[in-house]
Design a protein around this ligand. Sequence first.
Ligand code: UTP
Length: 301
Amino acid sequence: MTVPPPCRKAVIPAAGFGTRFLPFTKAVPKELIPLVDKPVIQYVVEEAVASGLEEVLVVLSTGKEAIADHFNPAPALEARLSADGKERLLTEVRALNHLARIHYVYQAELNGLGDAIRCAAAFVGNEPFAVLLGDTVLTGDDGRPVTGQLLQAYRKTGGPVVALEEVPREWTRRYGVISGQSADGALYELDSLVEKPAPEEAPSNLAIASRYVFTPDLFAALERTPRGKGNEIQLTDAMLLLLRERPLFGLRFAGRRHDIGDKFEFLKNTVTFGLERPEFRDRFAAFLRAELSKLEGSDFV
Ligand code: UTP
């Protein structure tokens, strides 16, 4: 096989309404929900950069400009931090301006994830590209970024690769679900995909987990994709069209998925990430133990 063209670009859809996290998301983008002190989308951009991607396009919608503010220079704030001698914070704030070359595009109407990716066509051109959903953090085992793992599989297969995660069968309604064949239990060649199937109709319990590497022929497939579930342009439907023309792959990545767009998942992940921070770990663990002990003897424990 000839070496596939290098992948340099990342697209981060972040235009959605975030209805699962209302009322918070009425005025604040869900991609700015923090895990401890960093908004979700910063983790996502950091993953793209750690995976070797140089150019990033964030898909926004009106009212979500605070996402761009997070990565733009803030001269007044920087001057204040400098005057106050707060060097560590100043370094952290300045680093955001140089994290990546970040561009923005607006999705005019919120017609679904497939439509959001369509907005990236001019930015991507005729190159392969990665898609990282802006409301989900993925932590790779041994510090290996999950998008980087997909890119490795892309270099091996030369075709599009999606991240796969095993989920409990009763959860299939929340995800795109695949069926496919695998020689090693990690890299799958896909036979089919279904968007949000009922558990009894799901072809497997392998869910598509918010990271993708695509070849540019996805855009032609998106143009041919009619509105699907929820009257939206579904990325899964476009991938099904693409599957008729070329092999698609899935990789069971080594790592964990943290979906922040859902309130309960956010609560769980706040605990997970809080306990991982050395400066909080002991105090936070003691606090959690104390809170849990209050429940002892009640109906909850
Ligand atoms: P979701 O389906 O989780 O986002 O899309 P949503 O529609 O904002 O959330 P709920 O279900 O109403 O709570 C995953 C990612 O795709 C983006 C979202 O911003 C999110 O980061 N997205 C979704 C778009 O960019 N455009 C869309 O039309 C839909």
